[in-house]
Design a protein around this ligand. Structure first.
Ligand SMILES: Cc1cc2nc3c(=O)[nH]c(=O)nc-3n(C[C@H](O)[C@H](O)[C@H](O)COP(=O)(O)OP(=O)(O)OC[C@H]3O[C@@H](n4cnc5c(N)ncnc54)[C@H](O)[C@@H]3O)c2cc1C
Length: 390
């Protein structure tokens, strides 16, 4: 590679691939992003836009998210799209006394990491958010939780990458790889062969399948989330909301089956409420189901009664890239010397995209990162090699 600028091929035009492409291109790297449909065609275009710190596991997950939040502030003016980043503050609504006691521990652990978060009783919560049901037990409140328009964010990263001379190939599916020894040398696509010095797998819920085409096993699988959108209303909420059950369901699939999946609610700049969302293992099926949408509306109405008289104008579903430990896979792989993973952000990819883009670009271009990526090593799972690479 001496004497020429390495050509970096990023697979997947979701928020993660586009964020990485933008960061790399800004530093004059030679980048081609390969997307089978269009940017934001995957989960990044079928999700909420919560940049919610309180839903991150206290520990490295929350530390990573707090770094990302810091970067969001500066991002707004630097992308060619209005990403509608609003630091509204967030509430984790607590419905029962038992949940309240469980949240006390969770909030203390978050405070220990430096997150500004406080438990509120029922009256304090209703003072902040009068539209909530009088039956709630309270809430955890953080002034730093925020929201963003996830589609504008993804398209903004993509347009910013293009402005910095990245090539973006749309409607181009990655079908296979060529390799020599422990190096991938080219990516085979539906539009021909793309030579590569470095490959980054950002294929979202399909990242496990793309890894398989290189003969690797990475346990990233789709976890469906359904969302219902109401008609636009006058401002009803000042904060973005999730419920304590939602946090529990995120990290514990078994609990999600028995205790319900909880809710998330955000009001967009246009006034629509996004009501979410289910957490289901349904393969790559992005259909909505009557049961899924009914369950979201029933659970939301119990917390936010105004929803009972609202019209649902549309529904959609996206596929979260799920990993068994709830953390993304970020870093080099042991099977190849020039392949990196950046996938598996589950329900946090929008929130974590700025920091993922920054740290992955540092890793690829400088060989080191300002925050250690070791806990996110793709090799932390018991991977087996020997798949169907060409
Ligand atoms: C209902 C729901 C609500 C959510 N709410 C939030 C939230 O509030 N906050 C938050 O932070 N996160 C949220 N998420 C999670 C977030 O959407 C994801 O973590 C994030 O979008 C993942 O981004 P990605 O780039 O990894 O994947 P994707 O956006 O899915 O992008 C992957 C891309 O790879 C492409 N691709 C796949 N295979 C190939 C191939 N072989 N060749 C070429 N291209 C390929 C796909 O077409 C796709 O465009 C939510 C998700 C859902 C489903």
């Amino acid at each position: 590679m001496t004497g020429h600028t390495p050509h970096i091929v990023v697979i997947g035009g979701g928020v993660i691939g586009c964020a990485i492409a933008w960061h790399l291109a800004k530093r004059d790297a030679r980048v081609t992003l390969v997307e089978q449909k269009d940017p934001a065609a995957g989960s990044s275009g079928a999700c909420d836009g919560l940049v919610f710190m309180q839903s991150k596991k206290p520990g490295i997950h929350l530390t990573l998210a707090m770094k990302s939040l810091e970067l969001f502030g500066a991002l707004s003016g630097r992308l060619p799209f209005d990403i509608e980043f609003r630091q509204t503050g967030g509430l984790v609504v607590i419905e029962t006394d038992a949940e309240y006691r469980a949240m006390e521990k969770y909030v203390t652990a978050q405070q220990d990491i430096g997150l500004p978060v406080h438990l509120l009783d029922r009256n304090q919560t209703l003072e902040r958010e009068p539209a909530l049901s009088k039956n709630i037990a309270g809430a955890a409140w953080s002034p730093v939780d925020a929201q963003v328009n996830p589609i504008n964010l993804t398209l903004g990263f993509a347009a910013g990458a293009r402005q910095n001379h990245a090539r973006i190939l749309t409607h181009t599916e990655v079908l296979g790889f060529r390799h020599q020894g422990n190096r991938v040398t080219a990516v085979e696509t539906s539009q021909g062969t793309v030579e590569a010095d470095i490959v980054v797998n950002c294929a979202g819920a399909a990242a496990g399948m793309v890894s398989k085409r290189m003969g690797m096993h990475h346990p990233v699988t789709p976890r469906r989330g359904q969302i219902a959108v109401t008609h636009a209303t006058a401002p009803l909420l000042t904060h973005c909301l999730i419920s304590a059950k939602y946090v529990a369901a995120k990290f514990d699939p078994a609990l999600a089956q028995t205790a319900g999946q909880g809710i998330s609610v955000e009001q967009t700049d246009n006034g629509n409420l996004l009501l979410g969302s289910t957490r289901e293992f349904a393969g790559f099926d992005t259909a909505n189901t009557i049961e899924g949408i009914r369950s979201i509306i029933r659970q939301t109405a119990a917390v936010l009664p105004a929803v009972k008289s609202m019209d649902i104008i549309r529904t959609f579903a996206g596929l979260r890239p799920y990993t068994p430990d709830g953390l993304p896979l970020l870093g080099p792989v042991r099977e190849y010397s020039n392949v990196f993973m950046a996938a598996g952000h589950e329900g946090d990819g929008i929130a974590l995209s700025p920091v993922t883009g920054l740290l992955m670009s540092e890793l690829i271009l400088d060989g080191k990162t300002q925050l250690s990526l070791n806990p996110f090593s793709p090799d932390r799972f018991n991977t087996v090699t020997g798949g169907d690479h060409a």
